[in-house]
Design a protein around this ligand. Structure first.
Ligand code: FAD
Ligand code: FES
Length: 322
């Protein structure tokens, strides 16, 4: 049974526990959010001992080489002495605009801190100051915008999303760290077909990736399928139609599960629609964002339809366990 040494105390970690679970069982709370190795809130450093490489999934090579790891997916194989990571600077920036996109999605525009840089489609981790609650939100803006843009869905009784909806006001300072994630446009092959698929606020990173690709001169076809349960859940429809008028290689397909198909769109299951419309995805680069079930099902479909796994970029919006 490996021992975890943290702040001078030793804690036993049973064979089926992660470092995070073991410390929580002993009453020691490390920062965490998704608990599935996505958000990197639980980034921790092994000061002594070697974390398993599976616990370094998605970390930059430079961090992995310094023995940083994600405590929520780390099942230690040997004794570890650990310390909290302080590699990601925290930023504080003013909320400059807050408006509703529809009745359950709010758009936040935040000042860009001076030394903050990102790739469109990455995500940041917002921190609620009263209790350090941390949640990930994707960037819908592109780096040439004068603001950072987030699209937040109201989750019933969700702690961060209801706080952002009901309490935060224009002029307030918001704290965050990041950016993280590898769901962004790669300009290596401007002729390639891009397929962007997302439901709900899964549109946020796709909106950034789309605008970034066009700004960087992407020439190949770009297909965006955005889904909602029903028509009122769709948003940015006019803006996306306008982009499709300006850029002939861009095709926007709004999709609904229930009710009539929107103008120029489709009715049905978003997991099936891109395949029905496009047939094979052979040679495509695919971006999938939003609801984890939909993202996982689409990842399989894209693979079966001819896309290689390394060309499938996805950001499942995994939510923190209750
Ligand atoms: C990489 C990444 C990017 C993300 N980007 C975005 C984004 O751009 N926009 C956005 O709105 N969200 C995004 N999320 C989700 C976001 O981080 C939060 O999980 C979400 O806002 C809920 O947080 P909360 O504190 O309000 O709810 P919590 O207090 O954590 O949740 C309360 C309960 O509600 C349930 N729940 C939580 N979320 C959902 C959900 N989506 N659907 C159904 N039930 C739920 C759970 O059972 C949970 O126990 C992203 C997540 C990840 C990992
Ligand atoms: S990566 Fe560990 S809590 Fe999200």
């Amino acid at each position: 049974m490996p021992t975890i040494r943290f702040e001078g105390q030793d804690y036993f970690c049973s064979s089926d526990e992660t470092v995070l679970e073991s410390l929580e069982r002993h009453g020691v709370m490390l920062p965490s959010s998704c608990k599935s190795g996505t958000c990197q809130t639980c980034l921790t450093r092994a000061l002594k001992g070697q974390p398993p490489s599976a616990a370094q999934k998605g970390l930059k090579d430079t961090l992995a080489a310094q023995n940083y790891f994600l405590a929520c997916i780390c099942k230690p194989e040997e004794d570890l002495e650990i310390g909290l990571a302080s590699v990601s600077p925290k930023y504080s920036a003013r909320l400059i605009k807050k408006d509703l996109m529809n009745e359950s999605i709010v758009r936040l525009r935040i000042e860009v801190p001076e030394d903050f840089s990102y790739q469109a489609g990455q995500f940041i981790n917002l921190i609620r100051p009263s209790d350090e609650l941390t949640r990930s939100y994707s960037l819908a803006s592109i780096s040439s915008d004068s603001f950072l843009e987030l699209h937040i869905k109201r989750v019933p009784e969700g702690r961060m999303s209801t706080w952002l909806f009901d309490t935060v006001e224009e002029g307030d300072e918001l704290s965050f760290f990041g950016p993280s994630g590898d769901c962004f446009y790669l300009p290596d092959n401007p002729e390639r077909t891009l397929l962007l698929v997302g439901a709900g606020t899964g549109l946020a990173p796709l909106h950034g990736i789309l605008r970034d690709a066009l700004e960087q001169g992407h020439k190949g076809p770009i297909h965006l399928f955005h889904a909602s349960l029903a028509a009122p859940g769709l948003y940015l429809i006019d803006e996306l139609r306008e982009i499709a008028v300006q850029f002939s290689q861009f095709k926007y397909t709004p999709c609904v599960l229930h009710g009539d198909a929107p103008e120029g769109g489709k009715q049905g299951n978003i997991v099936d629609i891109p395949g029905q419309v496009l047939g094979s995805f052979n040679g495509f680069r695919v971006y999938l964002c939003g609801d984890p079930q939909i993202v996982n099902a689409l990842r399989q479909k894209a693979f079966m339809a001819g896309t290689s796994m390394q060309d499938i970029h996805s950001d499942p919006f995994v939510f923190a366990p209750a």
